[in-house]
Structures are given as structure tokens and as C-alpha cells.
Design a protein around this ligand. Structure first.
Ligand code: G4P
Length: 535
């Protein structure tokens, strides 16, 4: 086993490095501009550079993430990874979340590994279904949220109406850091409240370059823009009396959200977002463990697996386990302990992964993400550590909303079928439910988003050589229950009880009405919404 007795100087260095880290994810309803913003951030950091950065969706997808054949075919992004870059004196870790229309388990897991979320809102659409779902996940995790109102270059909603919508529907208090000058569609720039200056918006050639910025004093802006400027200042004043009222504690506590305006496609407002992250977002800090304590950042190395991805490299069909570093320093090659099994784990193949880019990583600090290649022994939620043991809280299993029965297409390949399903379950790709009635040949697969089934089908075919058939079940709702529910629901139409591999009984219902009927007729039956069982 490696050792990591840290000298005071080294411990100091780690504390300093942790304080520089800003680890976050961009979340949004599809089409709000998440990929565009990610690309704009990368461009800003000059990671990709102007040559590779384009505004076209097709080109952009190639740059950002396209490792699975299925992704290429469908133009969607399934995997997530991390982009790291330096900005001012900070180190920014941007964790990519899946960009497709389905809500997926990966999004939840990435949110377990970040310290802050950037919620992107389409100025014309306001809060959409998935924005609300994501907001709820952040609320449950106590994750601070920075809100960015995007696409201000296009006609959209009124800025104050958007603020009201945020307050009413999320309960978060909006705290503008910048305020749009000019209505949506007539974007003149933003008032940077902190610096008290006007940042003028200039169109350039479609986002391929960092936006040219010109700054003006409020007096100059008033002279140049007249009423447009005065209105912006008045409006911002209605939301936040003065920038001195910016309440960092309320932001950290998930009660208030800093607001920024942007046009990601034109790279405008991106610098302000980076500045907001550096100035306000929480740095990597001591992480709570299951025993009610906290792992200090300068303690020996620890981290947890928040995502396992297989088949990222078609040529190798390897497994990459993504680790969020929580304490100490990760050094490639060190041998760590896997908490769940107590076994040692060698970290020879450590990489930083972003899209198709992979770089060998030698050192990582709290807040950073490390991709461990050939890590098929690691599972989502596993804690890894050096010396003093630590166990971080499990990443909860999520409430599935889609259910399909899986069957092997070729009965002679049942063994491979079984092995494949078990492996995919271990990786956290799907949940597996069984019952005596259905038998072992036809397990029920359960997922948060329907895209997971395509991932399963693809993996079963390519990785396990076990082609299978899927048959959709009509259920859309699951509740945690007890074994007693099984006979009670045996003859109820639109309901069924199944046993999940972790030993939990799940009652499935066609819809809310089926659930309500059962609740009404069986008031003593335990039916607990998933995700609230520990609260
Ligand atoms: P997503 O990842 O959240 O799903 O959204 P994505 O970045 O793919 O953006 C969705 C569409 O919105 C894209 O247009 C993109 O160019 C456009 N968009 C993103 N940010 C802005 C913005 O600030 N202003 C304007 N006007 N448009 C924006 P598309 O037609 O789907 O593709 P393309 O234009 O890139 O070819």
C-alpha cells in the first residue's frame, strides 16, 4: 500500500490547491445552450483554441464528446467527463453532463461530484420541465446554483418576469451579478454590478472567437444609451438594492442564486461567468463521510467513484471509472484501498478525459476528477483512500420511470446474457428487478431515462455478444414497499411488486391514478417515494 504522510509544507500546498478549485457542472433543459456554453468556456480557457471551436452543432459535437457509435449515429452525448483549465489564479473543473433529451442517471451522479451547478435558462422559454427537475436534485443535495439567462441576443421574456418566475417556482432569491442592458433581442451588453461598469456586447463572427469587450463607465453608458441604460439600472435595482446586498451565505445554503445574462453562441457573458465562479463559487472543501465526520482536504488521499463508463474507446472497449478527489493528493501509480472490498487497487492508468481527448494525469488535488482506465473492479459509489479509512455517503439509486423486460434473443447464449445484465447493473447503467412470477430468464430493467435501454442493448450486443429483446412495460411510477405488498397487489390492474437486487421491494404503477387507488384501498400499505426514504 502506498503511504502519504504529508509534511506540513505538502499539507499546506494541498490546502492551497483545494482552495483554488472550482468544480461545477452546467445543467439545463435540452437546447438551452449547454454544449454551446461548454464550448465557449473551453474556448475562453484556450483549451481548444479558435481552430477547433465552431458554433455549428455538428462540428461542436465532434469536439466535445462523441465516443460511442450510438452517440455518433444519433448526435447525442451519453458520456460525461471533465474539462480542466486555469483561469485567473483558479483551477476550473467543468464536469460534462449528458446533453440528450432524457433525464438520466449520469446527470444525478455528476451532481454528486460537483460543488456548484450553473443552471442555464433559455431567455425565451424560462424554466422548463427539466430545469425544474434538475433544480430539485440540486435542492436535495444542497448544491449552490448560479443561474445564467442565455440567448439574450434573441427575442425572449422580460427580465423582471424571469426573476419572478425563478423566485416563485424555485424559491431561490435572485441576486444579479450582471444585468442585461436592452430587452431580449436587443442586447446592448450588461451592467457589471460589482465593477459598476457597462460591458458592451459586440457581435463577432458567430462565436468562433472570444467576444471583443469594451468597457464604459456608468456615465458614459448613460450618455451613449440614454433610456436603455437607465431602465436596466432601475430594473436591476428592483431585484437587488445594491451589489453589497449579495449574500454569499444564502448562495452557499442554496437559498439564493447569482444571476448572469449571456449569449453563449456569441461568447458574450462567458468571461463574467468565469469571474463569478472564481469570486463566488465554493472551493473544494472538507467532505462529509458516513460517520458524521468530515474528511479534511489535507488528509491523506481519498475520493469516490461517481461514474463508470465502458466502451469509451471503441478500439479497446475499456472501463473508465471517474473519481472525484476529496482529500490529499492523487499520484498516478499509487496503490489505494477500495473501501467496499478492502482490496488494494493500483492506479497506474490514470487519465484526464474530455471528449475524445485523453491525457495521462500524474497528480490531482481535491475537487479534481481522475479517470481510471481498466477499472472494472470499481463501482459507482465506491470510496477509495490511503491510510486512514473513510466512507463517503452512497450516491442514491434514483426513482426509475421506465421499465422494460429483457430476454435473450438466443437461448443458447443465456449465460452471456446473464453476465452482461449483472455487469451493467454493477456499473450502474440500469437497475434490475425480478419476481418469482416473471422468472430469472426475463428480468425487468428499470431506468430514469429511456435512453439507458439503448445503451444496454448496444453494450449487450457489442461487449457481451448477447443480443437481447426488450419489451416495454406500462409502468411509469415506482414506490419503495415491503414484501407484504406482493400478495395485496397480485390481482390489482396497473400495479406489480418486484424485488431489486439491493434487496428493496419496488411497487410499480401505471400512473398516479393507479397509485392513488391502491393507497385508498390499502391505507396500511407502505408506499414510500424513492429519494425521500432517508429524509
Ligand atoms: P444544449 O446543449 O443545451 O442542448 O443546446 P446547444 O448548445 O446544442 O444549443 C441549442 C441551439 O441553441 C443551437 O442551435 C445553438 O446554436 C443555439 N444557441 C445556444 N446558445 C445561444 C445563444 O446564446 N444565442 C442564440 N441565438 N442561439 C444560441 P441549433 O440551431 O440547434 O444549432 P447550430 O445553430 O449550432 O447549428
Amino acid at each position: 500500500m502506498s503511504e502519504q504522510t504529508l509534511s506540513p509544507a505538502r499539507a499546506n500546498q494541498i490546502t492551497g490547491q483545494a482552495a483554488r478549485r472550482r468544480t461545477f457542472a452546467v445543467i439545463s433543459h435540452p437546447d438551452a445552450g449547454k454544449s454551446t456554453l461548454t464550448e465557449a468556456l473551453a474556448l475562453h480557457a484556450k483549451v481548444i483554441g479558435t481552430a477547433g471551436a465552431t458554433n455549428g452543432k455538428s462540428n461542436r459535437r465532434e469536439t466535445v464528446s462523441d465516443w460511442q457509435q450510438m452517440e455518433k449515429d444519433r448526435g447525442i452525448s451519453i458520456s460525461s467527463a471533465a474539462l480542466q483549465f486555469s483561469y485567473r489564479d483558479a483551477v476550473i473543473n467543468l464536469l460534462d453532463t449528458p446533453g440528450h433529451a432524457d433525464f438520466s442517471e449520469d446527470t444525478y451522479r455528476v451532481l454528486a461530484a460537483v460543488d456548484c451547478a450553473v443552471m442555464l435558462i433559455d431567455a425565451a422559454k424560462g424554466l422548463e420541465t427539466q430545469t425544474m427537475k434538475l433544480f430539485e436534485v440540486c435542492r436535495q443535495r444542497g448544491l449552490p446554483i448560479i443561474t445564467v439567462i442565455n440567448k439574450w441576443d434573441r427575442p425572449g421574456l422580460d427580465a423582471l418576469a424571469l426573476m419572478d418566475e425563478i423566485t416563485e417556482r424555485t424559491g431561490l432569491l435572485p441576486m444579479p451579478l450582471t444585468w442585461a442592458v436592452g430587452i431580449a433581442g436587443d442586447f446592448r451588453g450588461v451592467w457589471d454590478l460589482k465593477q459598476d461598469r457597462f460591458v458592451q456586447f459586440q457581435r463577432n463572427n458567430a462565436g468562433a472567437q472570444i467576444a471583443l469587450t469594451e468597457y464604459f463607465t456608468p456615465d458614459q453608458a448613460a450618455e451613449n444609451l440614454g433610456d436603455v441604460w437607465t431602465e436596466a439600472v432601475d430594473e436591476a435595482g428592483l431585484v437587488l438594492d445594491s451589489v453589497d446586498d449579495f449574500d454569499l451565505e444564502a448562495f452557499y445554503a442554496g437559498k439564493a442564486t447569482p444571476i448572469l445574462f449571456s449569449s453563449a453562441a456569441l461568447n458574450f457573458g462567458v468571461k463574467e461567468l468565469l469571474d463569478a465562479l472564481v469570486d463566488y463559487a465554493p472551493p473544494a472543501a472538507a467532505r462529509p463521510d458516513v460517520d458524521g465526520g468530515k474528511r479534511a482536504v489535507e488528509a491523506p488521499f481519498s475520493g469516490f467513484v461517481f461514474k463508470v463508463q465502458a466502451g469509451m474507446n471503441a478500439a479497446h472497449r475499456d472501463h473508465v471509472a471517474f473519481i472525484r478527489v476529496c482529500s490529499g493528493v492523487f499520484e498516478r501509480g499509487m496503490v489505494v484501498t477500495q473501501g467496499r472490498t478492502g482490496k488494494s487497487f493500483a492506479t497506474k492508468y490514470a487519465q484526464q478525459v474530455f471528449g475524445r481527448e485523453r491525457e495521462v494525469i500524474d497528480e490531482a488535488f481535491p475537487g479534481d476528477v481522475v479517470g481510471l482506465v481498466n477499472a472494472s473492479a470499481l463501482r459507482v459509489g465506491d470510496s477509495l483512500f490511503l491510510e486512514s479509512p473513510v466512507e463517503f455517503p452512497a450516491i442514491p439509486l434514483f426513482a426509475p420511470e421506465h421499465f422494460q423486460v429483457a430476454r435473450s434473443k438466443d437461448p443458447s447464449r443465456y449465460k452471456q446474457f446473464r453476465r452482461g445484465i449483472d455487469q451493467l447493473e454493477h456499473e450502474g447503467v440500469i437497475q434490475v428487478l425480478r419476481s418469482d412470477l416473471r422468472g430469472d430468464q426475463a428480468p425487468v430493467l428499470a431506468a430514469v431515462g429511456p435512453m439507458q435501454f439503448e445503451v444496454v442493448e448496444d453494450r449487450m450486443f457489442h461487449d457481451f455478444n448477447a443480443p437481447m429483446r426488450l419489451e416495454r412495460l406500462p409502468y411509469s411510477l415506482a414506490r419503495l414497499t415491503t414484501p407484504e405488498a406482493e400478495p395485496t397487489l397480485a390481482n390489482v390492474h396497473g400495479a406489480e411488486v418486484l424485488l431489486r437486487t439491493d434487496g428493496e421491494y419496488l411497487a410499480l404503477f401505471n400512473d398516479i391514478w393507479a397509485l392513488r387507488r391502491v393507497e385508498k384501498n390499502n391505507p396500511d400499505l407502505l408506499l414510500v417515494p424513492i429519494g425521500t426514504e432517508h429524509s
